[in-house]
Design a protein around this ligand. Structure first.
Ligand code: GAP
Length: 453
């Protein structure tokens, strides 16, 4: 069973060091969070799992890590300057500002007043001055999606790799949106990370690839511990589609606060490459793209048989890292009744996502021989490259086990007095709570096998 409420997750995250409100000691800054010691590990593991499946396990995808600051021209031609808006209303009574499409019954959620302004478009992009003079003459946007730099680098990647269609470009990185009402913990924030793949295909093959990517993404979420029956598919109606999309399927996950978008998989057609391309007329671009007088690159490929250039279509699976983090945490969270009035909180994370893979605990704090042996074991296991192995010298083994259950550590290893004689340790499993004695020499193979998932 997942968590009962968002509060349980927020509390665990703060208590155990997964996530803190940003600028916490100064009262916080709305819509911003910091990932703590365990949060950064889990987040990195989730991103690594995505990168592995997109780039390493496939042979048709290349990676990219582009700038966050983005030239306004890019976001002018992409359509974001004109259309990347949410409808905003003001409450004339309490002066609160809200997203018009999130209001219930046209009432102010703060004070209940019905005296609201007409909705007006509010652009979500953050701007910042570039260079030492802040007079508005030179500015850049903080990118609202990572995708645009993939499109503007299309020719660079193609020239450097000689790729043929179909192929993709993957990127993980920060995106920024000046959300009118950030809310629901890390679900809707102003600074977040995206994992985006732009998969370029021949026009006409786009619908089949779109379906294929929806399936592949559901499979991937299942591997992260988010089962299919917790995700609903939302086929976005025509009148709700983004300006670049011909069809979009949203993966709607059962978050603690409701069923909402975890990932969007869009058929962006030839809109973006077309919009950023020079020579649109020669390319016979038919989509509704802005007339581009600034680009110096033809973002197209050659059809060798027909001896003509064409603009590829693109399928885009775009997942939020923070929303993924929340979904993974929610699915892994369990309150287990152990009988006799006892219970435990356990995070049953897939082991590849666990922030700490194994903890090595000396039975007796400050005991020279036991501590030295435990440290030696930690070093040896760390060198296996399986992720973080923690040496933890608190001396209270029972409490240590409970704490590691709560943060999802799959195995704890206790080094005791017998270990000094027979070089064996007690291995305790998070999921079964079973303890068994194991030779230290066998532990590397044991971990390699059992942390492989
Ligand atoms: N390039 C396409 C794109 O950006 P999107 O549906 O606006 O599409 C993709 O965003 C994903 O980014 C969403 O499915 C969500 O997981 C994440 N996301 C978007 N806005 C977010 C926000 N304010 N806070 C956290 N995650 C967000």
């Amino acid at each position: 069973m997942p968590a009962n409420s968002m509060e349980e997750l927020v509390s665990l995250c703060k208590r155990r060091g997964f996530i803190f409100p940003s600028s916490d000691i100064y009262g916080g800054l709305q819509g911003l969070y910091d990932y703590g010691p365990l949060g950064v590990e889990l987040k990195n593991n989730l991103k690594a799992a995505w990168w592995r499946s997109m780039v390493y396990d496939r042979d048709d995808v290349e990676g990219l890590d582009a700038s966050i600051l983005t030239k306004p021209t890019t976001l002018q031609y992409s359509g974001h300057e004109a259309t990347f808006t949410d409808p905003m209303v003001d409450c004339r009574n309490c002066k609160g500002r809200f997203r018009a499409d999130h209001l219930e019954a046209a009432k102010c959620p703060n004070c209940g007043s019905g005296d609201l302004t007409e909705p007006r478009d509010f652009n979500l992009m953050f701007k910042t001055a570039v260079g030492p003079v802040d007079d508005g003459s030179s500015f850049a946007y903080l990118r609202p999606e990572t995708a645009q730099a993939i499109f503007t680098n299309f020719k660079n990647v193609l020239d450097a790799t000689s790729r043929r269609l179909p192929f993709g470009i993957a990127q993980i990185g920060k995106a920024f949106r000046n959300e009118i009402t950030p809310r629901n913990f890390i679900f809707r924030v102003r600074e977040f990370e995206q994992m985006e793949l732009e998969f370029f295909v021949r026009p006409g093959e786009d619908d089949a690839w779109h379906e294929r990517w929806v399936e592949l993404r559901l499979e991937w979420w299942e591997q992260q511990g988010v089962p299919r029956d917790r995700i609903e598919l939302y086929h976005v109606p025509q009148d709700e589609l983004a300006h670049y999309s011909k069809a979009t399927v949203d993966l709607m996950y059962h978050f603690p606060h409701g069923v909402e978008e975890l990932e969007g998989i869009a058929n962006r057609t030839d809109f973006d490459l077309g919009a950023h391309s020079k020579g649109q007329a020669d390319l016979g671009i038919t989509s509704n793209v802005p007339d581009n007088r600034d680009s110096n690159a033809r973002l197209a490929v050659q059809d060798l048989e027909a001896k003509k250039w064409f603009v590829p279509f693109v399928i885009e699976p775009s997942a939020g890292v923070d929303r993924g983090f929340l979904a993974v945490l929610n699915e892994a969270y369990q309150e287990q009744d152990l009988g006799d009035g006892k219970s435990r909180t356990v995070l049953s994370l897939p082991s590849h996502l666990a922030p700490i893979k194994a903890a090595v605990l000396p039975l007796k704090r400050n005991h020279e021989g036991i501590v030295a042996k435990a440290k030696g074991l930690k070093q040896e296991l760390q060198r296996l490259g399986l992720g973080r192995i923690l040496f933890e010298d608190t001396g209270n083994i029972g409490k240590g086990y409970r704490r590691h259950d709560e943060v999802g550590t799959p195995y704890c290893m206790t080094v005791d007095f017998d270990s000094l004689e027979d070089n064996s340790v007690t291995v305790r499993s998070r999921d079964t709570m079973e303890q068994s004695r194991m030779a230290m020499a066998d532990i590397p193979a044991f971990l390699r096998e059992n942390l492989a998932s």
